[in-house]
Design a protein around this ligand. Structure first.
Ligand code: ADP
Ligand code: VHF
Length: 377
């Protein structure tokens, strides 16, 4: 795919029919841990105008924790997981209630989707999320997505909505991803540093980052910072989706394809892939070590990882969890979903399917990682 000019990418955003808009906590809440209705209404107004022009928008909204800690009487964002989850439980309701009221002014309905990485990584659940989002969009509803913070366990969670938004863009086959934050674009260094400059156009997010220095989050309520936004732009780019990154106040012009913020060109032709989801969605819970033959087969693509070619396992995980596949020298080969619980695996190592059937039963005669659940790194 030849690199597009900035104008071409901006135009494709202006013409986008399905758009995922992600808004960060700092753009919706005050530092005291309460929602800021004016900013929320400003965002909703920009989205509603775009929907009126026949676009379909999925809103990935952060802010549950940041909107919940104030009403609970905390002076700052809690740091322990249980209190964060309690704050998210309170804040998510407040957030949805405000969105419902704001979108209703424009005659629009909203639907809440709370996602956990664990729910969506399995093939059946992935398709379920895909189907629900598609149906909501067909019905003219604005789906509002967040991570299910109140329940997500710490070991397997997105943790930031930037990556989640890129995966949602992939799942709904979006034509554009709009990341709204508290800075007006990507800078060559943290924006407060003297001399740092805004970058208007990134033709290839994979190699552009050599020239950029990234700092932490700019607010006391955001979590991901610029690192996860760039990762989101990368996931979108390899899904063939252009991204624009700008401040929330620029939502309207960004959705119109105006020259605001930083725009990232797509790298590949558009497509949707659950395997991409596996690659980016979740951190591996363990490692499988492939012998030389299996490593070669996995590297070649389209091969499942069979127990016969696995010589080691580390980690404590359940069947269906993401695992890393490495060769005997520790080189990373692929990520995939394990077909077995970690404690079942030692008894299967080095065994063929026929041996597994004979020794352990027919239910064990399947690949350790099926090729449909495997993505090369
Ligand atoms: N090179 C950079 N360019 C732009 N922003 C950066 C850079 N490095 C760090 N940042 C910081 O990233 C912050 C945005 O991330 P974050 O606070 O997580 O926002 P959000 O809540 O919208 O997700 C900005 O406020 C900015 O200070
Ligand atoms: N899911 C969390 C937000 C996580 C997150 O990514 O926050 P942010 O960096 O503000 O986009 C919440 O709603 O509080």
């Amino acid at each position: 795919m030849s690199t597009q000019s900035q104008n071409e990418v901006r135009r494709s955003i202006a013409e986008a029919r399905t758009i995922v808009v992600k808004v960060g906590s700092s753009s919706l809440t005050s530092s005291s841990g309460h929602l800021d209705p004016d900013r929320l209404f400003g965002l909703v107004s920009a989205i509603a105008q775009t929907v009126r022009m026949d676009a379909r928008i999925v809103l990935v909204s952060s802010g549950a924790i940041a909107a919940g800690f104030g009403p609970l009487g905390f002076g700052s964002r809690p740091t322990d997981v249980a209190t964060q989850q309690a704050a998210a439980s309170v804040g998510q309701g407040l957030l949805m209630s405000q969105y419902e009221t704001a979108f209703a002014r424009y005659g629009l309905k909203v639907g809440q989707i709370l996602i956990t990485a664990r729910d969506t990584i399995q093939a059946t659940q992935y398709r379920n999320v895909q189907r629900t989002l598609a149906r909501l969009l067909e019905l003219g509803v604005v789906p509002i997505v967040n991570e299910n913070d109140a329940l997500a366990s710490n070991e397997i969670r997105f943790g930031d909505n930037d990556r989640l938004s890129a995966l949602v863009a992939n799942i709904v086959r979006a034509d554009a991803l709009v990341l709204l934050t508290d800075v007006d674009g990507l800078y060559t260094a943290p924006p407060k540093e003297p001399g740092s400059r805004q970058i208007p156009y990134v033709p290839n997010v994979m190699d552009a980052l050599d020239n950029v220095r990234i700092g932490g989050t700019g607010s006391n309520v955001g979590t991901g910072g610029m690192v996860t936004k760039l990762e989101a732009a990368r996931v979108a780019a390899v899904s063939g989706i252009p991204t624009v990154l700008t401040k929330a106040a620029n939502a309207g012009p960004a959705l119109m394809g105006d020259r605001v913020g930083t725009v990232f060109a797509p790298i590949k032709p558009r497509g949707t892939s659950r395997r991409l989801w596996i690659g980016f969605a979740a951190d591996p819970r363990g490692t499988l070590v492939a012998d030389a033959g299996a490593a070669k087969a996995v590297r070649g693509g389209r091969a499942s990882l069979l127990s016969a070619g696995v010589v080691g396992v580390t980690g404590d995980f359940s069947a269906g969890d993401p695992v890393l596949i490495v060769d005997e020298h520790g080189n990373k080969l692929a990520k995939g979903l394990s077909g077995f619980d970690s404690e079942e695996i030692p008894a299967t190592l080095g065994r063929t399917s026929a041996q597994l059937r004979k020794l352990l039963g027919a239910e064990y005669a399947h690949p350790l990682v099926h090729r449909d659940d495997l993505v090369l790194l």
